[in-house]
Design a protein around this ligand. Structure first.
Ligand code: PEP
Length: 257
């Protein structure tokens, strides 16, 4: 993990409207401010629904809250006749630094293929957004092709055409562990995260592999986050359900190795 600032990212999914978002961000800010333990050099990022982003951005700016901001998706296109789509240009203008791409719920419910994911990665990079590229296998795929093959294949396609200097984040999220309470073991997470770092090295070079953060996601809680963070190739967590509970998310951010 040397040189890589740990990233704790909260994916709100389709939860918290813009009014609830105000209360949530303020409470989280205060929960961390009051903390006896220093949050230290952990980066905290929140990923609200699109309709909350302007509100959360204003709050972060006004109160000098040190959270990074991201979106949960973006269009492959930059502008034009694409009803209902959101351009990366709009997200950049709202000071979003990150965008989640290829979350398993997008792949499953919106038929996002590896090629669509790759096009969205390119769209993010065009607008100076850091793509948080999500990969991961279902239980059947794990049984069929082993623990690493699906994630490695998904990442290889997502990194097509990505320049070696690009700033990216990769998240290993086994589908069987998302929202199920069935968490991967730290060893399982490490095995796949290490394989993903090897893909980054092959595609973008060793420098990129050394500086890119690889996260684990899937039923992360305050009680298990430290065990993941002790693994050498796990540089943070992408948190769904537990990121919606102020005290629990604050405790995850304050993990002690
Ligand atoms: C997620 O949706 O990215 C996720 C990891 O969800 P959960 O933490 O609820 O399993």
């Amino acid at each position: 993990v040397v040189g890589r600032v740990p990233l704790i990212a909260g994916n709100w999914k389709m939860n918290l409207d813009h009014l609830q978002a105000v209360a949530f961000v303020q409470k989280l800010h205060w929960a961390l401010k009051d903390a006896k333990h220093e949050v230290g050099s952990v980066e905290v990022a929140v990923f609200p629904p699109f309709t909350d982003i302007r509100t959360v951005q204003t709050l972060i700016d006004a109160d000098k809250i040190a959270f990074s901001l991201g979106a949960q998706d973006l269009s492959t296109h930059d502008a034009g006749a694409y009803t209902g789509e959101i351009s990366g240009a709009f997200l950049s203008k709202l000071n979003c630094g990150y965008v989640i791409i290829g979350h398993s719920e997008r792949r499953e419910y919106h038929d996002e293929t590896d090629e669509v994911v790759a096009a969205k990665v390119q769209a993010a990079l065009r607008h100076e957004l850091v793509p948080v590229i999500c990969v991961g296998e279902t239980l059947e795929q794990r049984e069929e092709s082993g623990p690493t093959a699906v994630s490695v294949g998904q990442l290889e396609v997502a990194l097509e055409g990505v320049p070696s200097g690009a700033d990216i984040v990769v998240a290993y999220e086994p589908v069987w562990a998302i929202g199920t309470g069935q968490v991967a073991s730290p060893e399982q997470a490490q095995e796949v995260c290490a394989a993903l770092r090897t893909v980054i090295a092959e595609k973008l070079g060793q420098d990129a592999a050394d500086r890119t953060r690889v996260l684990y996601g899937g039923s992360v809680k305050s009680g298990n986050v430290a065990s993941f963070m002790r693994e050498p190739d796990v540089d943070g967590a992408l948190v769904g359900g537990a990121s919606l509970v102020v005290d629990e998310f604050a405790a995850i951010i304050r993990y002690q190795k």
